[in-house]
Write a protein that binds this ligand. Structure first.
Ligand code: THU
Length: 162
């Protein structure tokens, strides 16, 4: 028997401490969250990706009366980037939420399905995706590598024939 533990390395910063480019990406996510189609949850999520060529790709959550048919903002943005810029690596992704229902002081953390999808593209492009997670308060969390959020994720190696 052996015990093990993992350490998740992230950075908690105030909005005012963000670099100009991180702040710009977060503002893009905030701005686009207004376009979320979230009549059921009233939880308006915005995601903004910065690609290596400087292009910004945006996404918002899209809900459906048949609940599982909807999709999170992160996946809308990533699938759009993969469709329109298939070989252009994603260098950073900012995510944030706006909702009148409650005041989210801690940054929004992507759901498990989105983490899995983020990791798929991170593996494909062989370079880390920097995550900038915002909320409705002043605190922003930064992770240099998206893998920090998905320890023990399901990876392609499991499907390899030995
Ligand atoms: N949602 C996102 O878009 N991203 C997340 O990281 C968490 C949840 C959406 C899905 C649904 O439309 C609403 O937020 C409430 O779960």
């Amino acid at each position: 028997m052996g015990e093990f533990s993992i350490t998740i390395k992230g950075l908690s910063v105030l909005r005012s401490e963000l670099s100009a480019s991180d702040l710009q990406l977060l503002e893009n996510a905030e701005q686009v969250s207004k376009n979320a189609y979230a009549p059921y949850s009233q939880f308006f999520v915005g995601a903004a990706l910065r690609l290596d060529n400087g292009t910004i790709v945006l996404g918002t959550n899209q809900e459906n009366v048949a609940y599982p048919s909807g999709l999170c903002a992160e996946r809308v943005a990533l699938f759009s980037a993969s469709t329109n810029y298939p070989n252009m690596p994603v260098s950073a992704m900012a995510i944030t939420v706006n909702t009148a229902k409650s005041f989210i002081t801690v940054p929004l953390s992507p759901c498990g399905n989105c983490r899995q999808v983020i990791m798929e593209y991170q593996h494909k492009q062989k370079q880390p995706i920097r995550l900038i997670l915002g909320g409705q308060g002043d605190i922003v969390w930064i992770f240099e590598d998206a893998s920090a959020l998905l320890p023990f994720g399901f990876e392609a190696d499991y499907l390899k024939n030995s």
